[in-house]
Design a protein around this ligand. Structure first.
Ligand SMILES: Nc1ncnc2c1ncn2[C@@H]1O[C@H](COP(=O)(O)OP(=O)(O)O)[C@@H](O)[C@H]1O
Ligand SMILES: [Mg+2]
Length: 562
């Protein structure tokens, strides 16, 4: 840091003046330069790394660069009121987060407790393997990319692909359970954060949620510190043997904030102008996620960092860093999202390296098959569009894949309990949805769940309790799905080769029920024609033309008019 010569002379003068007095000046320094949220301070020879510094007007700062002559400090507040020559004092404390300085205007939180923002992560001795799931309530994730308590799972994708939505749904799904959620918003618009809080509030999720916000309008040093503050709060629960979940939304903006302060502090820029220790900044944050063993209280801290990619480029610097730090990633894709496949999870490249240990056995039983079928489907679908006539086995596989893909669609704010997920995924992977129109899969799921709850109310609780599908439960599920399809007529219209599809009165009534709203909007026309077609009772063979046009789920109900 260059210091101007008149500053040097004034400092030397000051030194000489103070020399005879023998005053102890350790711990008090003078600002020699201030601006852009940072200050250079002369005279703080005793400052510690990331020590809290006290500026005038009650503004706090953090020692960031310890140099030979000066200390570079981040100013955690309004730096415009500070000027050269102001005195700065050390406090002897490293930067810490008060557990209770609310910004939502709902009154103070009664506590005097503080925790250091930076802490060394728990070592391997006090940890134990991850074995308890964090149920997100999202079918595509709980089934294929399970997240365990203590795990670090990255949510990655372009902007507007539903990254935040996944985090929020996960938080909402913890309602009434034992997982405390901390949502850290970094560099987002204040209005966006306010919306998220409103959504959480509306769904009763703020009772178990802490929101830490360093908005885009806040100084970069605060954005840099926010995730560490969030994890420090999570550690309070971890240390007390509780379970906590930290969402960092998002770490790309965190990296920008860190790059900004580092460049201002003249730290040497590295790749993409990020400072050399950006990897360390993220790894020491995520390393603090842990599952402690019984002797250490048995708490857990799960981390869900979010990374925003540019045009799907996961090989950029920050994405690759965070991918390598975490235990897996949920990859969201824009084209899937735009096709209406939401949540837009790319099942092929999303992984959870903790895997099945973080699932109940029943889910493992259905999800193995699901992954396999979907993988085969992707492979086939890639070349099937060029092939004119396919053999039956291939067509069946394509149908299965399509129904499974449709089953994994889910609207926002509608988390599904794990036992319901098991029931519907069991039905889908065992081919019970193969003859259901793809556009009606969502509707099928809703009604099927309702059917089970009304005709066999013990079934879903039994799955939840047993946590595994034994022969008895499978028998009950089989009966439920057969009865359900019998009564409602699902699948019959789309499976002409199986014979007549004479709908019952009950079915006709059911078809008119509102409740189809969340079904895919992709084929509204087909949906409207469906009841009429069924009532006419002549939903017969699917037109070959339609089949060729629409793929395997051609709505045959367009046919009867002909
Ligand atoms: N499963 C879903 N179904 C329907 N809409 C969704 C779903 N997930 C997200 N969205 C919508 O997509 C938009 C972008 O989601 P958001 O989570 O803000 O994306 P990101 O955080 O990736 O920028 C939002 O308007 C949200 O309501
Ligand atoms: Mg977002």
């Amino acid at each position: 840091m260059a210091i101007r010569s008149d500053e040097i002379t004034s400092i030397i003068r000051g030194e000489l003046k103070g020399f005879e007095a023998g005053a102890d000046v350790a711990g008090v320094g003078t600002i020699v330069e201030v601006g852009d949220g940072i200050a250079q301070i002369y005279g703080l020879s005793g400052a510690l790394a990331s020590e809290l510094l006290e500026f005038p007007n009650g503004i706090m700062g953090m020692a960031f660069n310890l140099e030979e002559e000066t200390v570079g400090a981040l100013i955690l507040g309004d730096y415009t009121s500070l000027k050269e020559g102001d005195q700065v004092k050390t406090t002897g404390r490293v930067v810490e987060v008060p557990l209770g300085q609310p910004i939502d205007g709902k009154g103070p939180i009664e506590t005097k407790k503080t925790r250091p923002v930076e802490r060394i992560a728990p070592g391997v001795i006090v940890r134990q393997p991850v074995d308890t799931p964090v149920q997100t309530g999202i079918k595509a994730i709980d089934s294929m990319i399970p997240i365990g308590r203590g795990q670090r799972e990255l949510i990655i994708g372009d902007r507007q692909t539903g990254k935040t939505a996944i985090a929020i749904d996960t938080i909402i799904n913890q309602k009434g359970q034992d997982l405390i959620c901390i949502y850290v918003a970094i560099g987002q618009k204040q209005s966006t954060v306010a919306q998220v809080v409103a959504q959480l509030e509306e769904r009763g999720a703020m009772d178990h949620t802490i929101v830490v916000s360093a908005a885009a309008s806040d100084p970069a040093p605060l954005q840099f510190l926010a995730p560490y503050a969030g994890v420090a709060m999570g550690e309070e629960f971890l240390d007390n043997g509780r379970d906590a979940l930290c969402v960092y939304d998002d770490l790309s903006k965190h990296a920008w904030a860190y790059r900004q302060v580092s460049l201002l502090m003249r730290r040497p820029p590295g790749r993409e102008a990020y400072p050399g220790d950006i990897f360390y900044a993220h790894s020491r944050l995520l390393e603090r996620a842990a599952r402690l063993n019984k002797d250490s209280g048995g708490g857990s801290l799960t981390a869900l960092p979010v990374i925003e990619t540019q045009a799907g480029d996961v090989s950029a610097y920050i994405p690759t860093n965070v991918i390598s730090i975490t235990d897996g990633q949920i990859f969201l894709q824009t084209d899937l999202f735009n096709q209406g496949q939401r949540p837009a999870v790319n099942a092929g490249i999303s992984v959870s390296r903790v895997g099945g240990n973080a699932q109940i056995k029943a889910m493992r039983q259905v999800s193995g098959r699901l992954r396999l079928d979907l993988a085969q489907y992707r492979e086939l679908a890639a070349f099937a569009q060029f092939a004119s006539d396919l053999d039956k086995a291939t067509r069946d596989q394509l149908t299965r894949g399509e129904k499974l893909t449709a089953t994994l669609r889910q609207p926002q704010f509608a988390p599904v309990p794990v036992e319901q997920q098991v029931a519907i995924l069991w039905a889908a992977t065992n081919g019970h949805l193969d003859d259901v129109e793809t556009a009606k899969v969502g509707e099928f799921e809703t009604e099927f769940t309702r059917f089970i709850e009304s005709t066999n109310e013990g079934l879903l609780p039994a799955i939840a309790k047993e946590k595994a599908l034994n022969d008895d439960l499978i028998g009950q599920l089989t009966k439920a799905v057969t009865d359900f399809k019998e009564q409602t007529g699902y699948g019959k219209a789309s499976a002409p080769e199986k014979g007549a599809a004479k709908p019952t009165e009950a079915q006709a009534a059911k078809e008119e029920e509102p409740g189809a709203k969340e079904a895919d909007e992709a084929q509204p026309a087909a949906k409207e024609q469906q009841p009429a077609a069924k009532q006419a009772g002549k939903a017969k063979k699917a037109s070959k033309v339609a089949a060729a046009k629409e793929g395997d789920d051609a709505p045959p109900n367009e046919e009867p008019k002909a």
